[in-house]
Design a binder for this molecule. Structure first.
Ligand code: ADP
Ligand code: PLP
Ligand code: MG
Length: 283
């Protein structure tokens, strides 16, 4: 089972960031070393929240302490997400470099949390630029949504060909493996939501029914699950199918319950045995 260093936000109430990613990974058997970039009362999608963005020094210190335990050679991957400030980016980049120096086979999966269609950019100034200019070239896996893919590449993504070209443009700048979430393309049927994965010159896509809900934290769960299954199987197609199936089950249960927060705990069986399995198709 992998050991994963997960550096992202923490919320006391609800499930985004590490509070969306850590439990599913543990439920699947992974060892997770969680470092929090912020501690907020709740996610920012509510429009109001309390808490603190942590200093980059705290993140740096925690990584150093883990290093001093001699644990970094056993770290299989770094997972990063919501950062809170651009300075924290440098600490995450440093963590990824230290892990890779200790274990050259380790992967950095960077979820470039910038914003969303509709909400626009919801992170502090400097973070999008850091992700584009410094994180991308050093990451192995990136998991943008459609809005983030467009922002990172400066390309409009309206068709499948646009999406593939944008993924290839990202890969040319560093990450070998890309997962695009929440894809709505010209040929996406009404009532469906798509995903696209690219690795090694191949592409796979998958669509699920669109559920009547709008939640936060699904992207953080899917990045964690995609990383876990990519580590386990070595295959982006398998990782796409497994992660999408689990998140669909999680969100279906959430929609049925009419919950504003994803049911990470109540729907935990979906991480192990998804109630409905979707296949990834080459495209
Ligand atoms: N309303 C929905 N219906 C079905 N699936 C959804 C819905 N919202 C999110 N998802 C699933 O969760 C995945 C990640 O959510 P997304 O909103 O893209 O993440 P992010 O919050 O990072 O933008 C999507 O690719 C999709 O598979
Ligand atoms: C604190 C925090 N972390 C992470 C996220 C990212 O959530 P999502 O998975 O929906 O992109 C958000 C989004 O609102 C947030 O407020
Ligand atoms: Mg996201």
């Amino acid at each position: 089972m992998p050991s994963i260093l997960s550096i992202q936000s923490w919320v006391a109430y609800g499930h985004v960031g590490n509070a969306s990613a850590i439990f599913p990974l543990q439920r699947l058997g992974a060892e997770v070393w969680g470092i929090h970039t912020v501690q907020f009362s709740n996610h920012t999608g509510y429009g109001a929240w309390r808490g603190q963005v942590f200093g980059a020094e705290l993140i740096h210190d925690c990584v150093q302490g883990i290093e001093e335990r001699g644990a970094l050679p056993r770290c299989d991957a770094v997972l990063s997400g919501y950062m809170g400030s651009a300075e924290i980016g440098a600490a995450i980049l440093d963590a990824a470099r230290r892990v890779k120096a200790a274990n050259p086979a380790a992967l950095w999966c960077c979820d470039p949390v910038i914003g969303d269609v509709g909400r626009g950019i919801f992170v502090r100034p400097g973070i999008p630029e850091f992700l584009r200019d410094e994180a991308l070239p050093a990451a192995d896996i990136v998991t943008p949504n459609q809005f983030e893919l467009e922002w990172l590449t400066g390309r409009e993504v309206a068709t499948l060909d646009d999406a593939k070209a944008a993924v290839a443009a990202l890969q040319a700048r560093g990450p070998r493996c890309v997962l695009v979430t929440s894809l709505r393309l010209a040929d996406t049927p009404d009532g469906e939501i798509g995903m696209l994965a690219g690795e090694g010159g191949c592409f796979w896509r998958l669509a699920t029914p669109m559920l009547p809900l709008s939640v936060n934290g699904a992207g953080d769960a899917i990045a964690a699950l995609f990383l876990f299954h990519r580590l386990r199987s070595g295959s982006a197609a398998e990782a796409l199918a497994a992660a999408a199936s689990s998140v669909f089950g999680l969100l279906r249960r959430t929609a049925e319950a009419g919950s504003r927060e994803i049911l990470t705990v109540a729907a935990q069986e979906e991480f192990v045995t998804p109630s409905r399995r979707f296949a990834a198709e080459p495209c």
